[in-house]
Design a binder for this molecule. Structure first.
Ligand SMILES: CC(=O)SCCNC(=O)CCNC(=O)[C@H](O)C(C)(C)COP(=O)(O)OP(=O)(O)OC[C@H]1O[C@@H](n2cnc3c(N)ncnc32)[C@H](O)[C@@H]1OP(=O)(O)O
Ligand SMILES: O=CC(=O)O
Ligand SMILES: [Mg+2]
Length: 355
């Protein structure tokens, strides 16, 4: 753990100054693609126009014999594509793998000026972030970068969850954390065989109504990820960084995907991963506040004046705590609407109708 006095000092001579505030451009969907897959790579320039974050994935889902092709493919895509306002991220291989050192050296040296965030998988504790932090500083200094690369950790090991607060605060580079439900399930020895989402066997049942224990007892499926998402959100909020839901592997089940994303949104996450083009619009819809919620939030803010005291609106009491929640929604809406005229019009129309 660095002393508080040294926390914002560069970790290598010539490395850029760490940021004091994490930038928060929209990141409703982190769209994964495999840079070694020619079909996917060909779609990147078009997809870049539709997503907030494009992520060149080098880790799981890329075959071992395609790791170098994926790394080189990402370098060439980054050099030849104008991403506009879309952020470019990468997910490097895990820190114990034979590929990660070359991933970091190659990417920072070749395209460090194009990359915004490096996602680090299977983070176990602050020590993993400290290792990446120093190495990035050395590579940034050597490459002459002027903007520091940010780091995003995947929460997908039991140790990672146990240490999530120290991970979130391990470095000024920490941009955010994503839940990785697939590896986390394996690490915890959970008995699921899926990539995220619920499980029909994880449920509660109402009490028996008579002698027959099977008669008239409704069951409710429970959320396997509630505890971890909530811990992650608290760790991120307490450290000024951003929480995300990760992958939803049942690509066909767009309905449950939307539910899972919305649970995360309501609990405080700012985005989720899209693994397939069909998940991009789901994330965009879910992680943009609804026009009705924005209209309500704006109304509460307007009626609360200086924000003190209490007022009744439509039979509901509002005070400092509810106006603060409304500001979260309204500020997010304004930030998203600034770059999206369609969303801006929908928010303004709903606001007009509600007032
Ligand atoms: C647990 C974890 O670590 S999750 C993160 C790691 N996993 C990933 O990154 C997975 C990324 N996604 C994928 O690999 C693919 O979407 C798969 C394997 C899930 C499905 O791929 P396909 O079977 O090809 O899906 P499908 O046939 O519906 O694809 C339709 C088109 O979209 C393209 N496509 C699919 N996924 C993507 C993507 N993520 N980005 C861009 N294009 C894509 C396909 O290449 C295909 O192109 P074509 O019409 O020119 O043939
Ligand atoms: O990497 C993601 C996961 O769920 O595992
Ligand atoms: Mg994983």
């Amino acid at each position: 753990m660095r002393s508080p006095k040294d926390f914002f000092a560069p970790l290598a001579v010539g490395a850029p100054e760490p940021l004091r505030q994490i930038p928060v451009p929209p990141s409703r969907m982190i769209h994964f693609f495999d840079p070694s897959n020619e079909k996917m790579a060909a779609k990147v320039p078009d997809i870049a126009k539709k997503v907030d974050v494009l992520l060149g994935n080098l880790e799981d889902a890329v075959r071992a014999d395609r790791k170098e092709a994926a790394r080189n493919g990402l370098v060439s895509i980054a050099k030849s594509t104008d991403f506009g306002k879309t952020q470019l991220w990468t997910r490097v291989n895990s820190l114990d793998s034979p590929w990660v050192l070359d991933d970091l050296i190659t990417l920072v040296t070749e395209i460090g000026d194009k990359l915004d965030v490096i996602m680090v998988p299977k983070v176990e504790g602050a020590q993993d972030i400290h290792y990446v932090d120093r190495l990035l500083a050395q590579l940034e200094a050597r490459a002459g970068l002027t903007k520091p690369l940010l780091v995003h950790a995947i929460l997908e090991t039991a140790s990672g969850v146990a240490n999530v607060e120290e991970i979130a605060g391990a470095s000024p580079r920490m941009q955010g954390i994503s839940l990785g439900p697939a590896d986390l399930a394996a690490s915890r020895r959970m008995k699921t065989t899926r990539v995220g989402g619920g499980h029909p066997g994880y449920l509660v049942r109402t009490d028996p109504t008579g002698e027959d224990l099977n008669e008239g007892r409704t069951t409710y499926q429970q959320d396997l990820w509630h505890y971890t998402v909530a811990r992650m959100v608290d760790a991120c909020a307490a450290n000024g960084i951003l929480p995300y839901y990760g992958p939803f592997g049942d690509i066909r089940d767009v309905v449950a995907c939307e539910d899972q994303f919305r649970n995360a949104f309501l609990l405080g996450c700012v985005g989720a991963w899209s693994l397939h083009p069909v998940q991009i619009d789901i994330a965009k819809k879910v992680f943009s506040p609804s026009p009705e919620d924005v209209a309500w939030a704006r109304r509460v803010i307007a009626e609360m004046g200086d924000g003190t005291g209490a007022v009744m609106i439509d039979g509901k009491m509002q005070d400092d705590a509810s106006v603060k929640q409304c500001r979260v929604v309204a500020e997010l809406a304004d930030a998203l609407a600034a770059d999206d005229p369609e969303l801006a019009a929908a928010y303004d129309a709903a606001t007009k109708e509600a007032s």
